[in-house]
Design a protein. Sequence first.
Length: 100
Amino acid sequence: PEQLMGHLDDAGLSGMYNRVCVPGRRKKTQDTNFGFGFVTFKHPNDVDECYRRMNGREIQFTASSRKVEVAMACIQGMVGKKRFRGRPGQEVAANAPGEQ
């Protein structure tokens, strides 16, 4: 999640989101992700701004670069989160100090 947060911040989206989740699986030697993540934005307009700034943007990963495709999650909010419960992954709250 920290790497995705870094890309969001580099695109000027710092402070617009409050949660980032990157589903993946744990292996004995390393954790891997499925190549996508979920971002919870503070305001609906911030989603549009993320689309404008991130969609199609090429980002560098460890061994390769990928173009970002921004899309709305099929299932929103806690319902979607419950579907992924029990699956390994990493989630980070990106709240500023004192913010909920």
